[in-house]
Design a binder for this molecule. Structure first.
Ligand SMILES: [Zn+2]
Length: 417
């Protein structure tokens, strides 16, 4: 649910569109000189000047004069307002206060239990965390431009609620956006975690370099669940209802492992974090892995770092488990590469902690199973943002919406500060 409706008349629609166009180019490519903006928009120089002055006067842009230059460049006034990005994971809730360029100013978080805690309780905690951040930063009542909320489940983006999330009792169709809209006067946007993580990679991570600007790419999150965020020509592709990229439930031929979705042989049931931890414990119990047996014997749980340490110490079982998970994920990704032919795939999620051997197995399977043309320029790399990606991405989700063409004109009528 988006609370920012539009009832602009014709004139103000044109103003919004032009202002939005100029603002987006500065957001995407700034800081820019006025001449560059004229070139990139194709608008008349006088029009660009007029709008730049208006955007400067309401405080959405600021100028800076680079050293050794006499001309000013325009950039987003990053401190003209703030957005909150909330990331709910299986075991943790993180909330970040970000500026208008999605840089994290302050953050707070704590553990959650998605299986046992009700949505009301978790959302109330998210609200408390956001209030705490507002207070610490000394923000006034109109300083927040919006709040973005990321969920580890399929989300109906237009409605702002999760749909049929596995192992999240009480969350199915729970009106997350409406609940939060009652607490905040700013617009609220809800999306799933892989989509917002992809936005973070687009603006701040692996896909933010000039080579991939406005490119198409996939962000694959390999954690206890497995999913993909799809970016096409710089924009998130959500599909008809928001379910695009749910690759964790693609079936592995011949596998009968029961998945938490109720089907059998799903990728995440075979190669996800839970499956790996279970396989590691079984290997410890059977005596197949002396390393894992010792870890469990000391009363420690087996996590992805443990498997990576085991592999580094030469434990054959740890190496096999890591390579098998990598190749199973890679085999599914190869099908997507043949279908979608992206130039870049970014891997994130807790399985990245398995290390380079895991990534190498993914790459090997993709190259082995995809057509040569599809992989000719393909780069597969791990995310540099990792955990920060979800909160930052939730903030970027908000910025994309509030700075859409339609809305920039509206912000121009809002008093600065
Ligand atoms: Zn499944």
């Amino acid at each position: 649910m988006h609370t920012m409706g539009s009832s602009d008349g014709d004139d103000s629609t044109n103003v919004s569109t032009t202002a939005g166009k100029i603002f987006k180019i500065i957001r995407d490519h700034g800081p820019l000189y006025a001449n560059d903006i004229v070139k990139r928009t194709g608008l008349a120089k006088s029009t660009v000047s007029e709008y730049l002055e208006r955007l400067l006067s309401v405080g959405l842009l600021r100028d800076e004069i680079p050293e050794g230059s006499k001309r000013r460049r325009l950039k987003v006034a990053e401190s003209a307002g703030y957005v909150v990005g909330v990331a709910l994971g299986q075991t943790r809730l993180n909330v970040a206060l970000c500026d208008l360029e999605a840089e994290i100013i302050d953050s707070v978080g704590g553990p959650v239990d998605l299986v046992r805690e009700t949505p009301d309780r978790i959302l109330a905690r998210a609200v408390d965390f956001a209030r705490e951040l507002e207070e610490r930063a000394g923000l006034g009542p109109s300083a927040l431009f919006g709040l973005g909320f990321s969920l580890p489940s399929p989300v109906d983006y237009a409605q702002g609620f999760p749909v049929n999330p596995p192992v999240m009792p009480g969350w199915d169709h729970f009106p997350v956006a409406s609940y939060l809209a009652q607490e905040f006067t700013c617009p609220v946007f809800v999306d799933n975690d892989v989509n917002v993580m992809a936005l973070a990679e687009r603006d701040k991570g692996a896909a933010s370099t000039p080579a991939y600007r406005k490119a198409s790419f996939m962000l694959v999150k390999a954690g206890s669940g497995i999913g993909a965020g799809i970016v096409i020509d710089g924009e998130i592709y959500r599909g008809a209802k928001g379910a695009a990229g749910d690759i964790g439930h693609i079936g592995i031929d011949g596998d009968e492992t029961l998945c938490r979705c109720g089907n059998r042989g799903c990728l995440e049931a075979v190669a996800g974090g839970r499956a790996l931890a279970a396989a590691a414990e079984a290997a410890a119990a059977s005596g197949r892995s002396p390393f894992l047996a010792e870890v469990l014997g000391r009363g420690n749980a087996v996590d992805m770092e443990t498997l990576a340490r085991g592999a580094a110490s030469g434990d054959e079982t740890c190496i096999q488990l890591i390579c098998l998970a990598g190749s199973q994920i890679g085999n599914v990704m190869a099908k997507l590469v043949n279908f979608f032919n992206p130039p870049l795939i970014v891997i994130s999620g807790s399985l990245v902690k398995l290390g380079e051997r895991f990534l190498a197995s993914i790459r090997e399977s993709i190259y082995h199973r995809s057509t040569p043309l599809a992989t000719a320029d393909l780069v597969v790399k791990k995310s540099a943002l990792l955990e920060r990606g979800a909160t930052m991405g939730a903030a970027i989700l908000v910025l994309d919406e509030v700075f859409s063409h339609r809305n920039v004109g509206k912000l121009m009528r809002r008093s600065p500060g």
